[in-house]
Design a protein around this ligand. Structure first.
Ligand code: GLU
Length: 272
């Protein structure tokens, strides 16, 4: 009799414990604690830049803030951590960040270690040169040149795979260092995604220009731990809302508009 009376209580306690909310170490669980740590770039004009007053601005920053807000986290409770190209997988796998929004291309190789939500943006690899250069007019004119890119980026990998003969690849840790080397005359060109290069060109319009066609397809995803399926679904939902509310387009115009890149159609979310 006692057992029969106790049973419903035991069942409800078990239900509360088991299904009461998201696991603490899931993205939703951590967002429920009120704050998030997000991996971002500090030095990419238009996409993600840390301003002198400590504020972060750019399209990637807006995407990250939108996702955080959708998870119930105010932007004041976001800790921003620099996520350079070579560090992104490590930072996600170690739990140093909750997610990464950092011009991060979705690739099968990376998917062996992390998961992606999105894509939230599509671009392609391009070439940046000094404004006065009329020799390098595109990727087919790089023979014998010193070409700068960033370690562990898809851009550097593409140079190794497709331009290795005749092109000298110089690798730095971040694109702003490549741009400094270009302006100083230490390298002849910089290669990475066109949207990144366009941001640097817009910041130095009398010194730099983007040349030639795009020669790859890069789909930017939000990097997450591999096993957090629900977290990925939540982030996809937030990206969807950012697009359908018009905020995606407004943010692109605000941040990338002056670089001359036309507002593209938002991509279709494929990472489920
Ligand atoms: N989107 C490319 C990548 O994820 C190049 C840009 C970057 O390094 O962030 O490798």
């Amino acid at each position: 009799m006692l057992l029969r009376r106790m049973l419903p209580i035991a069942v409800s306690v078990a239900l509360l414990a088991g299904c009461g909310g998201p696991a603490e170490d899931s993205l939703e669980g951590r967002a429920d604690s009120g704050s998030l740590t997000i991996g971002i770039r500090f030095d990419q004009p238009g996409l993600a830049q840390r301003r002198i007053d400590g504020k972060f601005v750019g399209f990637d920053v807006d995407v990250a803030k939108f996702i955080a807000a959708d998870l119930g986290v105010d932007e004041k409770r976001i800790s921003w951590v620099e996520a350079r190209s070579a560090d992104r997988e490590k930072m996600i796998m170690s739990g140093a960040v909750d997610f990464v929004v950092a011009t991060y291309s979705i690739t099968d190789k990376r998917k062996q270690q992390v998961a992606f939500a999105g894509p939230y943006f599509e671009t392609g690899q391009g070439v940046l040169v000094r404004y006065t250069d009329d020799e390098i007019t595109g990727p087919d004119k790089l023979n014998g040149k010193n070409l700068c890119s960033v370690s562990n980026s898809t851009s550097a990998q593409k140079v190794v795979d497709e331009f290795a003969q005749g092109v000298r690849l110089v690798e730095y840790g971040q694109y702003s260092d490549c741009v400094t080397a270009l302006l100083a005359g230490n390298v002849d060109a910089v290669t990475t995604d066109e949207v990144i290069l366009a941001g640097f060109a817009a910041a130095n319009p009398e010194l730099l220009k983007v040349v030639g066609p795009k020669f790859s397809t890069e789909k930017y995803g939000v990097g997450l731990p591999k096993d957090d399926v629900q977290g990925r679904a939540k982030v996809n939902g937030a990206i969807d809302k950012m697009i359908s509310s018009g905020e995606w387009t407004r943010s692109f115009e605000r941040n990338i508009g002056q670089s001359g890149i036309e507002v593209p159609d938002p991509p279709r979310i494929t990472e489920q």
